[in-house]
Design a protein around this ligand. Structure first.
Ligand code: DGL
Length: 272
């Protein structure tokens, strides 16, 4: 690409997709770190949750989501959904010639760097945990690591209901984290878009020395580096955010605003 074409390409938006609205935590980080970038977000609310679905189904949904974003002429894509990243990211990278960053690689890297003892816990959906991707990536970077995993399927509906604190949520967390507490880990990976909103409750279950790792900061830092290296960073844009969903769930504006950290002003519905 010559300089003029590169400049034009750099003005294109960054595409982000998730099974629902949890990926807006990544958008929140993006707008903070890269304020001049336009962002197109797609949340597949019609087909949420991905975490309980088969690999084949998640791949099919993820291909659709990527095609949608490419139709919006994005210059790069963040797979903000851990379930999708664990099942589909290598497939999507083979299929589409656009930089694709996923939440798992960056988060696994950070966990491996942070851990002193090598005892690392990963929390995620069933799809993410059963894929073994976190375990493999952490072991690649830290071969002596002992990775303990736990799927926490009830965390997603609790967050969707806005039950971020309180007895019920603490009880569910205690139940899921029982064996991990005994395992004396020093790092816990929040391997699902929704879990950062349960940080207070999860943190309470562990000692102060245990570090919780969430996906957004490192994922966005990785994308920034790729855009910089390829001369695709937008340093003078207005930073517009467009949010698309495949369905409106009942309280999606309220939930979405919680993930985004500010009120959502407008959302467009996509008909496939
Ligand atoms: N976005 C999903 C993830 O990060 C959580 C919700 C779902 O199961 O679809 O794994």
């Amino acid at each position: 690409m010559d300089n003029k074409a590169l400049l034009k390409h750099s003005k294109r938006p960054i595409g982000v997709f998730d099974s629902g609205l949890g990926g807006l935590t990544v958008v929140r980080e993006l707008t903070r770190t890269l304020p001049h970038e336009d962002i197109v977000y797609f949340g597949d609310l019609a087909r949420l949750p991905y975490g309980a679905k088969s690999k084949k189904q998640i791949i099919e949904f993820s291909v659709n989501n990527t095609l949608f974003l490419l139709r919006q002429k994005v210059k790069a894509i963040i797979i903000a959904c851990n379930s999708s990243a664990s099942s589909a990211s290598s497939y999507l990278r083979r299929l589409f010639p656009v930089p694709i960053v996923d939440v798992i690689s960056a988060t696994a890297e950070e966990a491996a760097e942070l851990s002193r003892t090598g005892r690392i816990a990963v929390l995620g959906t069933k799809a993410t945990i059963e894929s073994g991707v976190y375990q493999a990536k952490i072991k690649q970077l830290f071969p002596r690591a002992h990775v303990i995993t736990q799927s926490c399927p009830l965390f997603v509906p609790l967050v969707e209901e806005g039950w971020l604190l309180g007895k019920v949520t603490s009880g569910v967390a205690e139940h899921y984290l029982k064996s991990i507490k005994k395992a004396k880990v020093d790092v816990v990976v929040l391997g699902c878009t929704h879990y950062p909103l349960l940080k207070t409750v999860i943190k309470k279950a562990f000692s102060k020395k245990v570090a919780l790792v969430e996906s957004a900061p490192r994922t966005v830092a990785d994308l920034k580096k790729i855009l910089q290296d390829q001369g695709l960073l937008n340093v003078e844009g207005r930073g517009r955010l467009s949010i698309f969903v495949s369905d409106k769930s009942r309280n999606f504006i309220e939930i979405g605003s919680r993930f985004l950290g500010e009120p959502i002003r407008s959302v467009k519905i996509v008909k496939w």
